[in-house]
Design a protein around this ligand. Structure first.
Ligand code: CTP
Ligand code: CA
Length: 227
């Protein structure tokens, strides 16, 4: 599509985007989290809305401003995020940019855990549901295009290729978060787009620019019936 068509690229399409970290409660005042800022996921939701899509953004706790023109659903934990995602299917395409906590505390305490003079408490962890994989393998409501992210600090592309196959998604946006490149929380991103066709190395760019480029690719795939 030409540049002037940008505002209508996704007209009539429904998109779902996950963003941010999740918070997994330990007790009423403490939680497990990670360094995700939500900047990239929020930028994708904003770019999709600017391209004319109806966008549902399901976000963990972040400090970035709410994007314009999207339906924002705020969640805390991975389990809440999964429920919110399933509630908003069907969509034409789904982009999973959230850094979902891999583990949660098996049984969060209902009361603040107190020092009892007998040493530190042991936290038993259990694995969280894999939201991307659940949607990609959905028997009836799988979106036509499912896009995952992979934040890696080493072996970026091989890890992302393996992840694409394991999770059953169409594309993986592999994110180099080693200190030399895509410092987590920054405004610049260095990504590789891994599809069934191969790997594209995208130049380092602002998260807004990466978002616009990804949204244009999603529009192309939905329009072409491709992948
Ligand atoms: N993801 C998800 N639900 C989870 C874990 C991850 O939806 N419980 C999604 C992320 O949003 C991302 C993709 O899966 O789109 C890859 O996340 P990542 O953390 O890189 O992969 P994992 O499978 O958790 O593997 P690991 O962290 O061990 O590298
Ligand atoms: Ca993970």
């Amino acid at each position: 599509a030409r540049f002037s068509d940008e505002g209508v690229l996704l007209k009539g399409r429904r998109l779902l985007v996950t963003s941010g970290p999740t918070h997994e409660p330990i007790d009423p005042v403490r939680y497990i989290a990670n360094r995700s800022s939500g900047k990239q996921g929020h930028a994708i939701a904003a770019a999709a809305a600017a391209a004319g899509a109806e966008v549902v953004l399901i976000s963990g706790p972040v400090d970035v401003p709410d994007p314009r023109g999207v339906t924002l659903v705020r969640v805390e934990s991975a389990q809440d995020m999964l429920a919110a995602v399933e509630e908003h299917l069907p969509v034409d395409a789904a982009v999973f940019a959230a850094a979902v906590a891999d583990w949660r505390v098996a049984t969060a305490s209902g009361q603040k855990i107190k020092k009892d003079g007998e040493g530190a408490p042991a936290l038993a962890l259990v694995e969280n549901p894999d939201i991307l994989s659940a949607v990609a393998h959905h028997r009836t409501l799988r979106p036509r295009l499912v896009v995952g992210f992979a934040a890696e600090t080493e072996n970026v592309v091989p890890n992302a290729k393996a992840k694409r196959l394991r999770k059953g998604c169409d594309w993986i946006v592999a994110n180099d978060v080693s200190p030399a490149t895509g410092i987590m929380g920054g405004d610049v991103n260095t990504v590789h787009l891994v599809t069934g066709e191969g790997v594209e190395d995208w130049p380092s760019a602002s998260k807004a620019e990466v978002a616009r480029k990804l949204v244009a690719r999603i529009a192309g795939a939905l329009a072409g019936g491709g992948e």
